[in-house]
Design a binder for this molecule. Structure first.
Ligand code: RIB
Length: 285
């Protein structure tokens, strides 16, 4: 079982479903509203756990009404929360609109995630003991860099999902073993990704493509499913990939594409992350 530490965000998602997303200045009637725990870090941790990894989460919730529920969803999934702190003030939240086609628009307010500004000795020890460190960009960049540097120094594989995408200093890319990006992120990051030994680009319904250090590419076809909501599908892909990375890129990609596809068949980020059994059933078809 791969040991994975996720250093990342945890949000309460405020999800509204609508027939079509409003234009600027327009008001439309929504159909349904739900509160669903999310955040890229938390989603990826749960996905890695459900895909078979042993997972610990380093992050922060606030001291508001959402904090206990955000913690509970990790605990229920079997993710270790001994490094989850409670910061003063609000937890992270994401306002999400999902349209009839399953496409979404998301606004994230960092809250407690923004206050995860440094890692302590116990966090660093957990990273040193892990096989894989998994990070995203919803927490302060210096924390991501601190985690990645420490991982590298202790032979822990570093996976970065650079989302929400932004330009990163070269020193960050130098610490990354594997980048997981979607097509838009790949286009925006361009040549910066050349510095990363392994790059996986997700292609939505068309699957994903892997590029290794030798330049060799490996396409992974998409899995056809009925799409309800794409929120968290990339996170599920990335978590499953991390859990199976030690089995080699081919196997990891198959798990990631299958898990990611299944995640689009239900509404809500953490609510749609498939179990190991569900992934295995679809993989063996
Ligand atoms: O990737 C989906 C996630 O992005 C949502 O759960 C939301 O919280 C935002 O972080």
């Amino acid at each position: 079982m791969a040991r994975i530490v996720v250093v990342g965000s945890i949000n309460m998602d405020l999800v509204t479903t609508v027939k079509r997303r409003p234009e600027p200045g327009e008001t439309v009637s929504g159909e349904k509203f739900s509160l669903v725990p999310g955040g890229k870090g938390s989603n990826q941790a749960i996905a890695a756990r459900r895909a078979g990894g042993e997972v610990g989460f380093v992050g922060a919730v606030g001291d508001d009404v959402f904090a206990d529920e955000l913690r509970r969803v990790l605990v229920d999934a079997g993710v270790g929360v001994s490094r989850l702190r409670r910061a003063h003030g609000p937890s992270g939240v994401a306002a999400i609109i999902v349209d009839d086609g399953g496409e979404n628009s998301i606004i994230v307010v960092g809250g407690a995630n923004s206050r995860l500004t440094t890692l302590d000795e116990d966090d660093l020890e957990a990273i040193a003991q892990a096989d894989v460190l998994l990070c995203q960009l919803e927490i302060p960049l210096p924390t991501v860099l601190q985690a990645a540097r420490h991982a590298r120094a202790h032979d822990t594989t570093v996976i970065l999902n650079p989302s929400p995408v932004r330009e990163l200093p070269e020193q960050v890319w130098a610490e990354i073993d594997i980048a997981v990006v979607n097509e838009g992120e790949a286009a925006q990051l361009g040549a910066a990704l050349d510095a990363v030994p392994h790059v996986i680009t997700t292609l939505g319904a068309d699957g994903a493509i892997y590029r290794g250090p030798d330049g060799i590419t490996l396409p992974q076809p998409g899995v056809r499913v009925e799409v309800v909501d794409t929120t968290g599908a990339g996170d599920t892909f990335t978590g499953a990939l991390a859990a199976h990375w030690p089995d080699g890129p081919e196997i990891a990609l198959a798990w990631a594409c299958t898990a990611g596809a299944l995640a689009t068949t239900k509404l809500g980020a953490s609510a749609s992350i498939p179990t190991r059994n569900a992934i295995e059933r679809l993989l063996s078809r």
